[in-house]
Each structure stands twice: as C-alpha cells, then as structure tokens.
Design a protein around this ligand. Structure first.
Ligand SMILES: [Zn+2]
Length: 82
C-alpha cells in the first residue's frame, strides 16, 4: 500500500486505483498509475510505501476500543490516552 502525507494539514491518505485522492487542504493529490503498481503525486507531499503484512503485524496488539485511542511515538512505544 502507498500513502501520501500532507505536511500542511497533516492528512495521511491511502492511494487507490479508482480515483485521485486529495488531502483535506487540497494541496496534495495522488493516485496509482494505469500499470497498477507505480503512483503519481503532485510532489508537495511525502510518499510512503507500507508493507501490508508488516502493518497488520504492527497493529494487531493495539486495542481498537481504547478510550481516546492510542498514539505511537517515534520510538514505537504505545501511549494510551485516558
Ligand atoms: Zn493538506
């Protein structure tokens, strides 16, 4: 999976093959190309490739029903919000 991040509105969007996606402020746009593997984006945002299996393993222990949710620090430590 490929996602793009907008540094202006902090939106993170999963790119799709079906449509061009835009962040909340409209400055970052992108989508998959017709080859279904490569992507284009307008260059304002930051592109990240995420391995789907690694993501599934990384989030399996994060409780989805924690009050207020959880955040993950850059060190990988989970912080639960009260
Ligand atoms: Zn934005």
């Amino acid at each position: 999976m490929k996602v793009i991040y907008c540094p202006f509105c902090n939106d993170l969007m999963k790119l799709t093959r079906a449509e061009v996606r835009s962040c909340k402020c409209g400055r970052v746009k992108g989508a998959y190309n017709q080859d279904g593997d490569t992507v284009w984006y307008n260059g304002v945002g930051r592109l990240y490739g995420v391995n789907n299996k690694d993501l599934a393993l990384g989030v399996k222990d994060i409780p989805g029903d924690a009050p207020g949710g959880v955040s993950v620090s850059t060190s990988g430590q989970l912080d639960r919000k009260p």
